[in-house]
Design a protein around this ligand. Structure first.
Ligand code: TH1
Length: 798
């Protein structure tokens, strides 16, 4: 039973009033939404603290193994609403606020999103933290407290414009600053070696200070900690320089240090190779490992026990310096022998790979690594020499070759377990990029298919559907999502109608939001066809916008035909330096402008692209979606996690056999999934045809028409040549096979139209998608990691 349910509205009322008066210094007559939000946040936070202490106490008492999730990104979004849902306080707080004319929704929406991540990888880390708390797995998330999260996106004349994000510009009620948890992180300088002992004399140092946020699990039974590191100067301020009048120079050390935790790098799935990024990665890794060792040594004195008590997960290669750093701390600081230190480090470390795209595999020049981290460069060379000696690997399998340090190889060699994020992706790891390493270290690669937390992505974001589910199968599905299977046993016209009503209510709500924010009126009975994700060529938003243009052409040719009305909805940001992705954004906006103003078609086709897609927008949009576009080139999307959220929320998928789509299709049934396009094998085959793009274009009149319209500047008469570069790219390169999959995509979309027009058939498919989505709960994923990767035990109910 949820302990918090016994909390009376009286108690909450008193505590909120207390915080409003004494923490915020406001009386009700003058309190703003912000003041109320802070008062409610402090009240809810207070309720989490007890379970947080209790979890720490239990972990010490049971001497449990702790899991440390190291990630450069945690895309958590809003915190208050999540805590309120997990504590089951929604109704009570709603009631209390209503007495003062406030709504919980307004209060919740006053909170800025914590956007400390780019996309799937960062959001996965946030879902994992929540699931680890729900499951009572003792864990810490370690990340960076970026002052500025992912940039804000605006459209100016259809073009993406980036402005800084500013979430810390106001007090952040969820964090506890820990001035005592503070570590020195060294950089640069030189290494002296005497009698075989290395001493690093760094030229720069920065302080890493901890900021803790409690992460509460479902029903408040357990809370873990997200510990984010902020960078501070080791010497505050040069008073001598200040007194002599050089005020700017006096503040230089402070400015230098702060840049380390100033901004999140906005590259998703690409590698930028900048010195500041390397320093950020080391800053996180070193602070985390010093903290882990300090905590371990406060409880145990034998460092050989470390692998029994500590599991460290490297979220992609970004924290892959954890290998060399742990060896450095064990050898240089704690005086262990090299062999023993390396064995201990390997026993603690694990590595998750999230992409096989060559441009995303991190590499650092030996020159940069040697300059920024001279001691680590030595350690990496020795790990590499031993790896070479043990496996007799060819030169390109070495960690260091062609004057570059290959972080994927380093992470692989230093890990106990290496995992991919979907069944297909893990297989491809073994067959392609990591084939030789898999042979050299057999059994190291395993699979853990991603998942998402059903608390945020169903219970919180889709109350209408959640209510239908609870009315049908009872409560308890929230932390046992396989129970959604029971929905099929209750299949009936009534249940299908209830699902339909819930979806329609969500579509109306989203339509109202679009109306208020963009001035567009949407038809809630049209099919809401949604593609939301980072804009990247491999995700093929271009394929979707080409289909949109072809659809517009087809409707105009025969406006009286029996069309299924559609609203095509796009959302997503492009990396600021990614030229082609930004061109695609502009094209979508240009097409939207023309199509939405066509009186002949606008009741049948609308294109909507709200700016600044983020976690909160996803929470509005996914519950309102009928169709989920998961159309990446097969073999390129490691998993996808948005695809899982849509399935859970009763949207049907049109998708390729890529990433986790493969498993979604298996779980919901092939007949309830719109499959199209080449398989990963066929993609490889197709790339071997030198004229793959041109021959595919010549085979499709519809595609030729689309390209011809772009050539003529049909959507941008003010500058008709605008998309000539994109056209040339499509005709002559088409690196992600948009043309080769176009006809199959068009044909499949026709099937989607027919299915949507048959309401009862569609509703039956929706039911089977929701019922089959239980596997994609991140609770299942975390159980997999606990059993197969971390060997960690739940401490709940012990
Ligand atoms: C994403 C993958 O592209 C996606 O398929 C997967 O579902 C998600 O990770 C979670 O596993 C990645 N995001 C990044 C971000 C960076 C570098 C590589 C990847 S892969 C910065």
């Amino acid at each position: 039973m949820n302990a918090m349910n016994t909390l009376s509205a009286d108690l909450l009322r008193a505590r909120i009033a207390q915080h409003l008066t004494y923490t915020m210094g406001k009386d009700k007559a003058h309190a703003s939404t912000y003041d109320w939000r802070m008062a409610v946040s402090y009240t809810v936070r207070d309720l989490i603290v007890d379970s947080w202490f209790e979890a720490t106490r239990k972990t010490y008492e049971e001497q449990g193994k702790r899991v440390y999730y190291l990630s450069m990104e945690f895309l958590i979004g809003r915190i208050l609403e999540d805590a309120v849902i997990n504590l089951g306080l929604h109704e009570q707080i709603e009631e209390v606020l209503a007495e003062d004319g406030m709504s919980l929704m307004d209060v919740v929406e006053n909170e800025p999103d914590a956007a400390l991540g780019n996309g799937g990888l960062g959001r996965l880390a946030a879902c994992f933290l929540e699931s680890m708390s729900t499951l009572g797995c003792p864990a810490f998330g370690y990340g960076i407290r970026y002052e500025h999260g992912l940039f804000r996106q605006r459209f100016q004349g259809g073009r993406q414009v980036e402005t800084p994000e500013d979430w810390l510009n106001q007090p952040h009620p969820w964090e506890f600053e820990r001035p005592e948890a503070c570590y020195t992180v060294p950089f640069k300088g030189h290494v002296d070696t005497r009698d075989g002992k290395a001493t690093w004399h760094p030229a720069e140092t920065v302080l890493a200070r901890a900021y803790d946020t409690p992460v509460v699990g479902w029903q408040g039974k357990w809370s873990n900690t997200l510990r984010l590191w902020g960078a501070h100067p080791t010497e505050l301020f040069d008073l001598e320089r200040f007194n002599s009048g050089d005020h700017t120079a006096a503040a230089a050390p402070e400015a230098l240090a702060r840049t380390l935790s100033r901004v999140l790098y906005p590259e998703d799935t690409t590698d930028s190779g900048k010195e500041l990024r390397l320093k950020q990665e080391y800053f996180l890794t070193s602070a985390a490992l010093q903290d882990i060792l300090r905590r371990f040594l406060s409880e145990y004195d034998d460092l050989s026990l470390l692998p029994q008590k500590v599991a460290i997960q490297m979220n992609d290669t970004h924290p892959a310096l954890a290998g060399p750093e742990l060896i450095r701390l064990l050898v240089d600081v704690h005086g262990l022998e090299w062999d023993r230190a390396k064995t201990i480090a390997q026993g603690c470390l694990n590595y998750t790979n999230h992409t096989l795209l060559p441009e995303a595999l991190e590499k650092w020049s030996t020159w940069l690594m040697g300059r920024v981290l001279p001691r680590h460069m030595q350690i990496i060379e020795r790990i590499d020499a031993e790896h070479h000696a043990a496996t007799d690997c060819p030169p390109d399998l070495r960690i260091v070759h062609h004057d570059q340090v290959h972080m994927g190889t380093l992470a692989f060699v230093m890990a106990s377990h290496v995992n991919g994020v979907s069944a297909l992706h893990s297989d491809l790891m073994k067959q392609t990029v990591f084939a030789d390493l898999d042979r050299a270290y057999p059994g190291r690669i395993l699979n853990q298919t991603n998942g998402v937390t059903p608390r945020r992505w169903l219970k919180l974001s889709n109350p209408a559907l959640s209510q239908v589910i609870t009315e049908t199968i009872g409560t308890g599905w929230e932390d046992d999502l396989d129970r959604l299977k029971e929905l099929t046993e209750h299949d009936s016209p009534d249940l299908r109608a209830a699902l339909r009503r819930a979806k329609r209510a969500n579509k109306v709500a989203f339509g109202n939001w679009v109306q208020a924010n963009m001035g567009l009126t949407l038809d809630p009975d049209a099919m809401f066809d949604v593609q939301i994700k980072r804009v990247h060529e491999y995700k093929r938003q271009l394929l979707n916008v080409f289909e949109t243009i072809a659809r517009w052409n087809a409707i105009r040719k025969n406006p009286g035909a029996d069309w299924t009305p559609r609203v095509k909805i796009f959302g997503g940001k492009a990396a600021p330096g990614y030229f082609t992705a930004k061109e695609i954004i502009r094209l979508i906006n240009d097409v939207a402008k023309v199509v939405n103003n066509d009186p002949l078609t606008r009741h049948l086709l609308q294109v909507v692209y709200p700016a600044n897609y983020n976690v909160s927008m996803a929470q509005r949009l996914i519950p309102a979606a009928d169709l989920s576009e998961q159309i990446s080139t097969a073999g390129k999307e490691a998993s996808g996690t948005g695809n899982m959220k849509f399935t859970m929320n009763g949207a049907l998928t049109i998708g390729t056999l890529d990433g986790a789509n493969v498993e979604i299709r298996e779980h919901v049934g092939a007949e309830n999934f719109f499959l199209f396009g080449m398989t990963a094998d066929e993609v490889l085959e197709r790339y071997r045809k030198p004229d793959h793009a041109r021959s595919a274009i010549m085979a499709s009149q519809e595609l030729q028409d689309v390209l011809q319209m772009l050539a003529e500047g049909r959507f941008n008469p003010e500058e008709p040549t605008r998309y000539h570069g994109l056209l040339d790219h499509t005709w002559n390169h088409d690196p992600f096979l948009v043309a080769s999959d176009f006809s199959a995509f068009l044909a499949c979309q026709t099937k989607v139209d027919a299915a949507y027009a048959d309401t009862d058939r569609w509703d039956g498919m929706v039911l089977r998608n929701i019922a089959g989505s239980g596997y994609f709960s991140s609770d299942r994923t975390i159980r997999g990691y606990m059993e197969q990767v971390w060997d960690a035990k739940s401490l709940l109910n012990r």
